[in-house]
Ligand binder design. Structure first.
Ligand SMILES: NC(=O)c1ccc[n+]([C@@H]2O[C@H](COP(=O)([O-])OP(=O)(O)OC[C@H]3O[C@@H](n4cnc5c(N)ncnc54)[C@H](OP(=O)(O)O)[C@@H]3O)[C@@H](O)[C@H]2O)c1
Length: 325
């Protein structure tokens, strides 16, 4: 089968389309023919090793010291079950599915084997394969951080970086929780963020949300430009600041900032295990729909990575393996 391999850390040019052996499902395994996958900010970080300050060594320990241990990147997919192991009971051949392999990656390939009890669910029937491929990365992250922040109906939730993968999901999911959502993004994306449910949108090149006199119950910073020093003045008493891309020092500082103030700072990786089933249900109910920016075929993966590297994508970048999807 065809797969994209990343043989060393570096620029998008380290990626190559090659032939590799097609995987065979184990007893509890499900073999999925991939129709679409994504290039996420997670793929960019693993490929380039451009990680938040202090995480360089940890990333090498997790993903491989001198090159990625798992050379096939890609953490989410939509596809069709092609074969199942003898013990599989949740899925059958022909089922359309979505899956999130998270840090195990491996989705930039024509076929992927996953355990049936992994992050795997039936594809929402109202999403195309290319929309469904982008269900998980931003969605599970946003859902997990919104839960950690304990967002309540009626609260004012500001999302800084509202037009990216995590941001577009966070706007929709916070709105679904009944929050009043304020989105911060560039001028080009104001309409997009408004259309997702933000009651107010702020162009960060025109207005500094921390200096305009407004206050918020929760600030979710996906862009890394709203640290505690900037956000504390506009957080209400009992407010929560979520630092989605915190470095190691910011994570450690968050403990003291929470202890020494009337605010809570939430930083660091989150567990996404519980999120996929709920996201699939929310998508089926029409509450959540992944935003798609561009599509690239698998053989243009280098161009897709170059675009994601820009840090300016709107929602998600999809890789299509089936031109019909
Ligand atoms: N902690 C975790 O477990 C976890 C999980 C997933 C992702 N992450 C991290 O979360 C971050 C966001 O991920 P993503 O996938 O959403 O990235 P993304 O899709 O590349 O989006 C980044 C967004 O940031 C916006 N932006 C750039 N400069 C900005 C500024 N000064 N103010 C406000 N917005 C700005 C851009 O929008 P404009 O073009 O409108 O400026 C862009 O849409 C990444 O650093 C990623 O590594 C962390």
């Amino acid at each position: 089968m065809r797969a994209v391999v990343c043989e060393r850390y570096g620029s998008p040019e380290v990626l190559h389309l090659v032939d590799v052996a097609k995987p065979i499902p184990a007893a509890h395994g499900v073999l999925i023919q991939v129709r679409a996958t994504t290039v996420s900010s997670g793929d960019w970080r693993v490929r380039s090793l451009e990680v938040p300050a202090g995480f360089g060594l940890i990333t090498r320990l997790v993903f491989g010291f001198s090159k990625p241990r798992q050379p096939i990147l890609g953490s989410e997919l939509a596809g069709v079950v092609e074969a199942v192991g003898g013990e599989v009971s949740r899925f059958k051949v022909g089922d359309p599915v979505v899956a999130f392999s998270d840090t195990a990656m491996g989705c930039h390939a024509e076929y992927v084997c996953l355990q049936e009890d992994g992050l795997l669910a039936l594809k929402p029937s109202n999403l195309s394969f290319s929309e469904a491929a982008a269900l998980c990365f931003g969605g599970t992250t946003a859902l997990a951080f919104l839960r950690k922040a304990k967002v309540q109906p009626g609260e004012r939730v500001l999302i800084n970086g509202a037009s990216g993968s995590v941001g577009t999901a966070a706007v929709q999911l916070a709105r679904h929780l009944g929050a009043e959502v304020i989105g911060v993004c560039s001028e080009a994306n104001l309409e997009l963020v408004r259309s997702l449910g933000a009651g107010q949108v702020i162009d960060y090149q025109q207005t500094d949300f921390s200096q305009n006199g407004d206050t918020y119950d929760v600030i979710i910073d996906t862009a890394g430009t709203a640290p505690f020093a900037r956000s504390r003045g506009c957080l209400r008493p009992g407010g929560r600041l979520v630092l989605v891309q915190a470095g190691l020092a910011a994570m450690l500082r968050s403990i003291w900032q929470t202890f020494s103030s009337d605010k809570t700072v939430i930083a660091g990786p989150v567990s996404v295990r519980a999120g996929l089933g709920q996201l699939a249900e929310l998508a089926e109910a029409g509450v959540y729909k992944p935003v798609i920016d561009r599509h690239y075929p698998l053989d243009q993966i280098v161009a897709a990575h170059r675009y994601v590297d820009s840090g300016r994508k709107k929602g998600n970048v999809v890789i299509t393996l089936d031109p019909q999807c």
